[in-house]
Design a protein around this ligand. Structure first.
Ligand code: PGA
Length: 249
């Protein structure tokens, strides 16, 4: 599973040009390819992907936790779904830190995504200071337990988890495969306790933070790394397709 997170990059035309350029570069794959595009591009890119019969799922990078309401400038899950989004990233560290989303808000968004029929990609990760203070596991546990409160086993079957250490996002400072593997195994063990071995083993846990074509293979080789969440390297068809093709080879 390779997910591109475009952040606030690409107009509709740029997004469509990307899809047209990336399609012939991707090797026929069993893996799942997903692109979290800007809101404005969802509808047209989803239509393009459907028309061209490409197996790329289109999704969003954020949504509000209410069904609808007087929330100027916000967007509801059902609007995203209608536009063609199949999934939504929730709790990305840029939302947590730059837009002050707290853990209870993220929990409500996870619940709302399920209610609106969108597959949530829940992001968790510690900051550099938290890691240095020896609080990595404590922070990840709190983030996971809070976000997943009252989420049913049935819903958990379609949730995707992404471990994105904040110090690795956009910095070029990728986690080592061993380090990421240790955290993924920790999260899976915690989910075994919270749910069951069946749920925990079936859950897709992605790694994100400075993933590039030259480090993707080593990360994907780890047993508990089920896929990658790619920011900067998902913006160019060449680097994104290289990562996707690594994932299936
Ligand atoms: P990056 O971003 O790959 O540019 O580090 C990852 C992310 O923010 O999801």
């Amino acid at each position: 599973m390779i997910v591109g997170n475009w952040k606030m990059y690409k107009t509709i035309e740029e997004a469509k040009a990307f899809v047209q350029r990336v399609a012939p570069l991707i090797t026929e794959s069993q893996g799942r390819i997903m692109l979290a595009v800007p809101f404005t591009a969802i509808q047209q890119v989803a239509k393009l992907v459907a028309d061209e019969k490409l197996s790329i799922a289109i999704g969003a990078q954020n949504m509000h936790n209410a069904e609808e309401g007087a929330f100027t400038g916000e967007i509801a899950g059902r609007m995203l779904k209608e536009a063609g989004a199949r999934f939504v990233i929730i709790g990305h560290s840029e939302r947590r830190h730059l837009f002050h989303e707290d853990e209870s808000c993220i929990h409500k968004k996870v619940q709302r995504a399920f209610q609106d029929g969108l597959q949530p990609i829940l992001c968790i990760g510690e900051t550099s200071d938290e890691r240095k203070a020896g609080k990595r596991d404590e922070v990840l546990t709190r983030q996971l337990v809070t976000a997943l409160k009252d989420i049913s086993e049935e819903s958990m079957a379609s949730l995707i988890l992404a471990y994105e250490p904040v110090w690795a996002i956009g910095t070029g400072d990728v986690a080592t495969p061993e380090d990421a593997q240790e955290v993924h195994a920790f999260c899976r063990a915690l989910l075994k306790k919270l749910y069951s071995a069946k749920i925990a083993n079936a859950l897709n846990i992605l790694y994100g933070g400075s993933v590039k074509p030259d480090n993707a293979a080593a990360l994907l080789a780890e047993p508990d790394i089920d896929g990658l969440l790619v920011g900067g390297a998902s913006l160019l068809p060449e680097s994104f397709s290289q990562i996707v093709n690594t994932g299936v080879s």
